[in-house]
Write a protein that binds this ligand. Structure first.
Ligand SMILES: C[S@@+](CC[C@H](N)C(=O)[O-])C[C@H]1O[C@@H](n2cnc3c(N)ncnc32)[C@H](O)[C@@H]1O
Length: 277
């Protein structure tokens, strides 16, 4: 499988737009369901340990198919989600209606948030934060999120960082999830030939291989430009924003697993607390 992708990658069309796979929320929901309960447990643990008292209001930035929104709404949280993909938002709204859950969702862009309201916690999970390509975009985003948070509110981020220097821009991950008669195999690919060392960006890509009703189809997301954001740089940007204090980073969705040299994780999960102005 890896071999064929190496071949295809040379012929992939280059683009800046959102991945094509985000137009298939049901397949996304199946492919990404594996760790959702644990991620929601982590959100609750963060709120209990570091959040404002009685915190119940959550904003999910880049909410995708709403996998966290649904679980947390069932747990009694007041949840809202925003996402750039109209297909994802329509899916979240339909799921909420079908399950009779009070979830609000809207199309919005994390680079220039228009969402209103006051929240105790915001989250931006599964690499969505790396769509902020420049230091200026990251700083402006952090300040915009802080304005949406109540005093003492938390912002939880979760994005890929390279586990080894010689792997930067060259990682491939894949996993498979099944629901009923639908199996979705997700491929996360990085295009090493697209690295821009000055801007610190590169293109990555999601591919879904969907097996359904005896047929197999491939949905290629198309290359999407993303930011390479390193741990110390993230810390400096958070501090420089003046909007948040970086409380800690974790190697898993577990407050007992700090992000350290023993962590083989390709995700860094961080807890930011809104600063007192
Ligand atoms: C990898 S998915 C993560 C979804 C969700 N956070 C999760 O954990 O499953 C990335 C999501 O970010 C959305 N997205 C991409 N660019 C965005 C932007 N500029 N503003 C808001 N959402 C964006 C995509 O439509 C997609 O739903």
């Amino acid at each position: 499988m890896r071999r064929s992708f190496e071949y295809d990658m040379r012929h992939a069309e280059r683009g800046m737009s959102g991945s094509e796979v985000y137009r298939y929320p049901r397949y996304y929901a199946i492919g990404y369901r594996w760790n959702t309960e644990a991620e929601c447990d982590f959100i609750e643990a963060c709120l209990k340990t570091h959040g404002p008292t009685g915190a119940k209001r959550l904003l999910d930035i880049g909410c995708g198919s709403g996998r966290h929104l649904t679980v947390l709404a069932k747990r009694g949280y007041h949840v809202s989600g925003v996402d750039l993909s109209p297909e994802m938002i329509a899916y979240v709204e339909q799921e909420a209606k079908d399950a009779n859950l009070p979830i609000t969702a809207a199309v919005d862009d994390l680079r220039r948030l228009k969402v209103k309201g006051t929240y105790d916690v915001a989250c931006c999970f599964m690499d969505t934060f790396r769509f902020l390509l420049t230091n200026e975009e990251i700083t402006a985003h952090l300040r915009a999120v802080a304005k949406l948070l109540a005093p003492g509110g938390l912002y939880l981020t979760d994005f890929w960082v390279p586990c080894q220097w010689d792997k930067i821009g060259g990682e491939i991950h894949q996993w498979e999830q099944t629901e009923g008669d639908v199996t979705v195999r997700v491929f996360y690919l990085q295009h090493p030939d697209s690295i821009d060392p000055i801007q610190q960006t590169f293109e990555d890509e999601l591919v879904f291989e969907v097996r359904e009703g005896g047929c197999t189809r491939e949905i290629r997301g198309g290359p999407t430009r993303t930011r390479l954001l390193l741990p110390q740089e993230f810390r400096a940007l958070v501090n420089g924003s003046g909007a948040f204090t970086l409380l800690a980073s974790y190697g898993e969705f577990d407050l007992a697993k700090p992000f350290d040299h023993d962590s083989l994780s390709w995700r860094m999960i961080s807890v930011l607390k809104k600063r007192v102005p």
